[in-house]
Design a protein around this ligand. Structure first.
Ligand code: ATP
Ligand code: MG
Length: 598
């Protein structure tokens, strides 16, 4: 340590917002350069290399072959898959000196597809899985939590190419199993979460989430143990409701009731229910207006286009923009603007109903279409109070399926604890997590867009089935630190620690230094990685603190006892075990304890 390029910090960096960011900076593993951009110092590199080694070993085990592609990419392939636009502001784009467009790759599906296209032409060449471990670049809106959301970060990305869907499923399963082994070896907890809601038998995608409160992803957990990403969660199909006793739909004046609260208050005051209970928000149907921003397509002269849509949601639930957006992907959505409303004077804010939208629009004598979609909680036959499309009035007894129809249903609202799980196993609970990996059955999307075909057994040209599989390497490293630390510092699992043992020579006795030095060379000869705190003028207290901050799993102290009794102390970083051992037996003992920790 007297020569190591390292400065530990006593205090947390002012802008570090989570424990891993604070400790990795304080212990001298990384230094922040700009938001989401970090420099790696010698100890950090050691840990990063170990994480990568575990990933490489497991990738090789499933026969994936390592390659290395450039991060700097020309625009054209991303244009062909529309991602040059779809990625929006999330990619770093730039021009070279000749004015040609480039980007810093946020992920590499395009180039891998093109490389396979370039090299392979027959089904006999398949299957193949190739992967790389490489820096990725994303201009994240809000880089946060240190390495968890960076703008330059390390990703392992693998891509499988197979001749048919069965091959894809097999490659996917292998990759998924490798992920389990990787995260187990790295000491990170994880939950496997369904990430797309696609129809049964459609393309599967799952995310590996580290259950951590610092995570930005919320996942839903069913009593069966199955888990879903909130965007992928589907509402179990509603049962039809018998509406034969519901009176005819009727418009009533409801002055000053542009909000759900004011409407409920008005109804309870002026139109008490016959069944004696009070009106509640869940009796009302809100019509929420959004603008859908579609990427360029051929039907719209190759230009991006904007559409207004109205979403009917139960009044006791808030719209969840992320869930709703997932339903419109790759389009983006936002709340309709004043400008949008100006173009649609038939939509009377605060009193929007069903009569001017969707299937009802034509009967109202209106031109053009405004899509009308019902949230999945709106059952056929359900009865509502909703806007009357006239200022200051509402419609009572509006029955879905009798008085109005929609163009379809959509997952639009926030889900909540107690909602029923899609697999019918009972009520859902919600937890936070960090996405550390994702496995994705891409199907034919990229092969079709980029023309990756091979000749099948019959000599027919067919597109290749693809899967993509990512692990956030630097993000995983941060998650390991999140799971393995205490208030004194980091406490690495042996598999990734920068060294197996941290030996510190403390005190003024030269005998302690000499014994420690000898021990270090003995251990190094046996292939044990050692951090040796040989600093001469540093107090024992500071050395102990640094050892605990750096987080190597075994700490060995040579000090007064070494000089007086000829022993060193061997302890676990986590405080679970401590013993005094004769100097002559120390190397053996340390080797066997290091072995136990593996
Ligand atoms: P997120 O939803 O967190 O933005 P993503 O789903 O966009 O992630 P993918 O495209 O699936 O990310 O990338 C594969 C993996 O790369 C992710 O599972 C994650 O572990 C990691 N990753 C993605 N973005 C970042 C980032 N900004 N910093 C660090 N790691 C990241
Ligand atoms: Mg992902």
């Amino acid at each position: 340590m007297s020569g190591l390029f390292l400065r530990t910090l006593r205090d947390d960096p002012a802008d570090a917002d989570v424990d891993s960011a604070k400790l990795l900076a304080r212990a001298g593993y990384v230094r922040k350069v700009a938001p989401g951009i970090f420099s790696w110092l010698p100890l950090g590199i050691k840990v990063l290399n170990k994480v990568e080694t575990v990933i490489r070993e497991e990738m090789e085990k499933i026969g994936a072959q390592e390659v290395y592609f450039p991060a700097m990419m020309p625009r054209e392939p991303y244009e062909a898959t529309r991602r040059w636009d779809e990625y929006g502001e999330n990619i770093f784009r730039f021009k070279d000196r000749h004015g040609a467009d480039y980007l810093l790759a946020p992920t590499h599906e395009e180039m891998f597809t093109l490389m396979v296209k370039d090299m392979y032409s027959s089904y006999k060449d398949l299957p193949v899985t190739i992967y790389q471990i490489q820096d990725k670049y994303r201009d994240e809106f809000r880089p946060r939590a240190g390495l968890v959301r960076g703008r330059q970060f390390v990703m392992k990305d693998a891509y499988s190419f197979t001749a048919d869907k069965e091959g894809l499923v097999k490659a996917y399963e292998e990759e998924r199993a490798a992920y389990r082994r990787i995260f187990d070896r790295l000491g990170v907890k994880y939950v496997v979460v369904h990430a797309v809601s696609g129809p049964m038998g459609g393309f599967e995608s799952e995310e590996f989430l580290a259950p951590l409160a610092i995570g930005e992803d919320t996942f839903a957990l069913a009593p069966s143990g199955k888990a879903w990403n909130v965007e992928a969660l589907t509402t179990p199909e509603t049962e039809d409701i018998d509406y034969s006793n519901v009176p005819a739909c009727a418009e009533i004046p409801t002055p000053g009731t542009a909000t759900i609260e004011s409407l409920i208050a008005y109804l309870n005051e002026n139109c008490p229910r016959e069944d004696g209970r009070a009106w509640e928000a869940c009796d009302t149907l809100k019509n929420f207006v959004i603008a859908v921003k579609h990427p360029a397509d051929d039907e719209h002269d190759g230009k991006p286009w904007r559409e207004i849509a109205v979403i009917a949601v139960p009044g006791d639930r808030q719209v969840d923009m992320k869930r709703l957006e997932a339903a419109f992907s790759p389009a983006e959505i936002e709340e309709a603007s004043d400008e949008d409303f100006k173009k649609h004077p038939e939509l009377v804010r605060g009193f929007i109903g069903f009569s001017k939208v969707g299937p009802q629009r034509e009967a109202a004598g209106l031109e053009g279409t405004v899509r009308y979609l019902a949230d999945a909680h709106v059952a056929n036959g359900s009865q509502w109070v909703t806007g009357a499309d006239n200022a200051n009035s509402h419609v009572m007894n509006a029955v879905y399926g009798r008085d109005f129809k929609c163009d379809g249903t959509v997952e639009a609202v926030q889900v909540r604890t107690g909602d029923l799980s899609p697999d019918g196993s009972g009520p859902l609970s919600f937890e936070r997590g960090v996405e550390i990996g994702q496995v994705f059955q891409l199907g034919l999307k990229y092969s079709n867009a980029l023309g990756l075909n091979v000749l099948d057994q019959n000599g027919k040209s067919v597109p290749v089935w693809m899967g993509s599989y990512g692990i956030g390497v630097t993000r995983v490293l941060a998650c390991i630190a999140e799971f393995h630390h205490d208030d004194k510092g980091l406490a690495w699992p042996a598999a990734v620690a920068p060294a197996q043992v941290h030996i510190l020579a403390a005190g003024k006795e030269s005998a302690a230094f000499e014994a420690a030095e000898k021990l270090v060379s003995e251990l190094e000869e046996r292939g044990i990685e050692v951090i040796f705190d040989d600093r001469a003028k540093v107090s024992p207290g500071v050395k102990f603190k640094d050892a605990e901050l750096l987080g190597v799993p075994l700490i060995v102290v040579a000090g007064r006892d070494t000089a007086q009794n000829g022993t060193v102390e061997i302890r676990n970083r986590d405080g679970s075990q401590s013993e005094a051992v004769e100097v002559s037996a120390a190397a053996d003992r340390i080797c066997s304890r290091a072995q136990e920790l593996k």
